[in-house]
Ligand binder design. Structure first.
Ligand code: BDP
Length: 699
């Protein structure tokens, strides 16, 4: 068990469980022969063979026995005049028992040819979990039509913020010769209802659309097609100039417009079902329309118009900000950027442009409020961008189950025009930055796979609870033993709060090395630079004042109703207090503790919790296969130790900054820790650290 099969293990069911599926038909009738329908049939046969040891026969003829019927709605109704299939969204599906010509039929119908594939995976999941199928009658339609993955893979095979080995798509500047993993990835994505995947880094290499590269991309599209996953790529706005031979990339220049149109015509000749592009422009050094005094509308629309004849879409990222902000300016605030730039442009984007907005206004921190832009561009199509790869969240060396965090954003009510408008109700797209790699288990951490799974499930149905999703994932990944299910659920559900507590509680964000790998603790590196991930920790107090009355005014970007939750420190929930307000360390939280004591305590509690995960996991030793048991044990043990490093680093730093000691007198003493510098070192030398807080003794 190396995790390669993820949640598609189709492990053989116990006899008692398998018994209830005895009456499942032994014949499948498949209508149509498009690639996803073919995959649905293959999957069905494979799943039933592995879980139930049952071989089923496939046919295209009118059946003379009970059967499973796979097909698109219209075709089903055409072939079986008496069978009425409910209305379905294009990717939706219907699972139902019915009778046709005196035979029982289990219908898996889809609104498009992807629907039966999604329905098949849903059915197989139910069987794997031992659910009762007798009363099956369910229609499922996806919450958002565009459910995409972004991979930040570079053409040389490395992955930006990827923690699970090299790219499954690229190697040494070309597309890999063997795309088996790409095909398997598409299968995983389809199994949770995802229908698009951008394969290259948002910091896009302009060679991606070279004439010579297009046939290589076509090979990836071929690998995706059987699973209904559309290929997308990231493009760089400067391409007409950097690789296209023009002397400009001004989006309003007709030659530039012609260049894009010509490029996409060629691309679609090679890949007729190409999905679209994602654009990162005027952001972190990527060139953009501002070079010519143009706006994101000009940039997005020039590409959108070139894609329009082919039904392609543009995801234009709202992650646009100045990373040379003036730290000394009390009004400077990176959190404002997306709204300040995009709100005035509302209503001017073409309708095949989707503005892609990160969940929070900064950058995938451990806790951020929902980006106000979700409510700020009412007439523009929007996608939420979530990060599955745990860049600021422990890089898969820490287990952090992200669905509870995503849910907070999806459920946050923007109160657009005074109506109930949770973020999830405003989306045309849901995009997840996944960055899987060549590691056998895709994300290099068995438990982190719950994040990829739950991303897909939430993109499909944003009303599912984080708990229900992890429960599904658990059963498919580790089996149905109630003790295993309950304990792993417990670890997963507590993992985000634990990580938040031992890194950056109260809205401090992830206090990590901001210009480095974004991994270990280095709070000092956050301040006094242009990046704007400041927390303004000074001797008198801590936190960013983002209020309208005395701060940067960021709070004013929310609707009046939402503003009430954040404008004053008293109204702001403790967990986001320091994101919105600068308060003295002795400020009392709603629970009565002072800010500084809460910071200290949270760090101890979080680290203790991480240690508990190890204990909990150890009780499952005989219930989990040895390979995965050992791998997870090693990962959780490492996490527990690193949590102590985090705990002490942040607490030491807060002690030094505030000058207020810990009421329990733990901070500064580093319990449970063995210091390298106090050991007898052979072959090692202790050195001073630049970020002194990264080690207990500064070395
Ligand atoms: C940041 C990452 C950086 C990405 C950037 C983005 O550190 O690698 O390029 O986001 O989303 O979080 O464009």
């Amino acid at each position: 068990e190396d995790g390669h099969d993820a949640w598609l293990r189709y492990a053989r069911l116990h006899e008692a469980t398998a018994k209830q599926f005895q009456s499942l038909p032994k014949l499948v009738v498949t209508l149509g022969d498009s690639p996803p329908i073919g995959s649905a049939q293959t999957e069905l046969k494979r799943g039933l063979a592995r879980m139930l040891g049952r071989e089923i026969r496939a046919s295209k003829q009118t059946p003379t026995q009970d059967f499973i019927l796979l097909g698109v709605r219209d075709q089903i109704e055409e072939m079986f005049a008496n069978l009425h299939v409910p209305e379905l969204a294009p990717d939706g599906f219907w699972l139902d028992w019915t009778e046709v010509g005196g035979h029982k039929a289990l219908v898996i119908a889809g609104g498009s040819d992807r629907g039966p594939l999604y329905g098949t995976f849903a059915l197989l999941g139910k069987i794997a979990r031992g659910e009762n199928l007798e009363t099956l009658d369910e229609v499922q339609n996806p919450a958002a039509p565009l459910r995409w993955i972004n991979q930040w893979d570079n053409l040389d095979g490395t992955i930006e913020r990827g923690y699970a080995g090299p790219s499954i798509f690229f190697e040494n500047g070309s597309v890999r010769a063997d795309l088996t993993r790409a095909r398997e990835y598409a299968r995983l994505l389809a199994s949770v209802g995802l229908n698009g995947c951008v394969v290259n880094n948002v910091n896009a290499d302009p060679r991606i659309l070279d004439d010579a590269f297009i046939p290589q991309l076509a090979r990836i599209a071929d690998a995706f097609r059987p699973y209904g996953v559309k290929l997308g790529v990231s493009v760089n706005l400067s391409m007409p100039k950097t690789v296209g031979g023009l002397d400009t990339f001004d989006p309003l220049d007709p030659r530039v417009q012609a260049w894009w149109a010509h490029k996409f015509d060629a691309l679609y000749r090679a890949i007729p079902d190409f999905g679209g592009v994602v654009v990162k422009a005027d952001s972190e050094g990527q060139l953009g329309p501002s070079a010519y005094g143009r706006t994101p509308v000009d940039a997005a629309n020039v590409i959108a118009r070139a894609l329009r004849p082919h039904h392609g879409v543009v995801f234009y990222r709202a992650f646009v900000y100045n990373h040379h902000l003036d730290w000394k300016d009390p009004k400077a605030d990176r959190a404002r950027a997306a709204y300040d730039i995009f709100h005035p442009l509302d209503g001017r984007f073409d309708d095949n442009v989707i503005v892609q907005i990160k969940n929070g206004p900064i950058d995938f921190q451990v806790r951020e409020p929902a980006s106000p832009l979700f409510g700020g561009v009412k007439q523009t199509s929007k996608a939420i961008e979530l990060q599955i790869t745990q860049e600021y969240l422990g890089q898969q060396r820490h287990t952090v189950y992200l669905a509870p965090m995503w849910k907070q954003t999806l459920d946050f009510d923007m109160h657009v025009d005074g109506h109930d408008t949770p973020v999830k109700s405003l989306l045309r797209g849901v995009v997840g930055v996944a960055n899987v790699g060549m590691d056998a288990n895709w994300l290099a951490n068995h438990l982190a796979m719950a994040n990829l799974y739950s991303f897909g499930r939430l993109a499909w149905d944003s009303n599912l609870s984080a708990e229900a999703i992890v429960d599904e994932w658990m059963r498919l990944t580790f089996g149905n033993d109630p003790e295993v299910v309950q304990k792993v659920r417990e670890i997963q559900m507590e993992s985000w709060p634990a990580y938040e507590h031992y890194t950056g509680p109260l809205g401090l964000q992830t206090l990590t090395n901001i210009t480095g790998p974004h991994y270990g603790p280095a709070p000092e590196s956050q301040e006094r630079n242009g990046w704007g991930q400041w927390i303004r920790a000074e001797h008198d107090g801590v936190g960013m004042d983002r209020s309208v009355s005395t701060g940067t005014g960021f709070v004013g970007q929310y609707s009046a109703e939402a503003q009430k939750q954040f404008e004053t420190a008293a109204a702001t929930p403790d967990e986001l207090l320091l994101f919105f307000h600068h308060v003295p360390y002795t400020y009392k939280l709603h629970g009565g503790k002072t800010v500084i004591q809460a910071i200290y305590d949270f760090h101890y509690e979080g680290a203790a919790q991480a240690n508990e995960f190890v204990n909990t996991w150890e009780t499952l030793e005989r219930k989990i296969d040895p390979d995965r048991y050992q791998a997870v044990l090693a990962q959780l043990s490492y996490q527990a130790d690193h949590a102590i490093v985090w705990r002490d680093a942040i607490n030491d730093w807060c002690l030094r900054t505030s000058g207020i000691s810990d009421a329990q007198d733990r901070v500064g003493h580093h319990p449970d820790r063995i210091e390298a510098e106090s050991m007898h070192l052979e072959g090692y030398t202790a050195v001073e650290l630049t970020s002194w807080e990264g080690a207990s003794g500064g070395k």
